[in-house]
Design a protein. Structure first.
Length: 169
């Protein structure tokens, strides 16, 4: 069984200051979890049950708090809030790769992006591939196969004009 950490004086005082401020329900719950952890009277499972969370959420909050303090704990990082970021230069390069038929599957594009230190979920890669395809002249095909594009895949771009009207990448 994992043991709950002891927070240093600095984190403890930061936590107490934050608890005095006004916060929304979600933030209050996170602060309450960390306060209960700091008291060392309950186990993680008991804290989770008392607050109405999963046990793993207690440990996730602990990790966020120890790594980033109150600001790290209260930071909101929704995965679904927005798409992963791809800059214009990468999007243009992605258009060339798509045009040249280097992406047989979206997984290929995901690997290509990962090599450039851009880590995106596969659904987000589909999104950016669709953005790249819009930059190509003519109709593009869905890299997933039989989906929206009629199943011809990304090789359907053979013979199409390159992105940027013939400019080199």
């Amino acid at each position: 069984m994992r043991t709950l950490p002891r927070f240093g004086e600095e984190l403890a005082s930061e936590l107490e200051q934050a608890c005095k401020g006004e916060h929304g329900e979600r933030e209050r719950r996170k602060l309450q979890v960390i306060r209960l952890v700091a008291q060392h009277k309950l186990t993680a499972a008991e804290i989770a049950e008392a607050v109405g969370l999963e046990r793993r959420s207690v440990f996730r909050y602990i990790k966020k708090f120890t790594e980033g303090g109150v600001a790290g704990l209260l930071a909101v990082n929704y995965r679904g809030e927005g798409r992963g970021s791809v800059d214009a230069e990468t999007l243009e390069a992605m258009q060339w790769e798509l045009y040249e038929g280097n992406f047989v599957r979206a997984k290929d594009a995901q690997g290509w992006l990962a090599a450039r230190k851009i880590r995106l979920a596969l659904t987000t890669v589909y999104y950016w591939l669709s953005k790249s395809r819009r930059g190509l002249e003519g109709a593009a095909q869905d890299p997933r196969g039989q989906g929206r594009g009629g199943g011809r895949g990304v090789q359907a771009h053979a013979g199409k004009k390159a992105p940027g009207a013939g400019q080199a990448p």
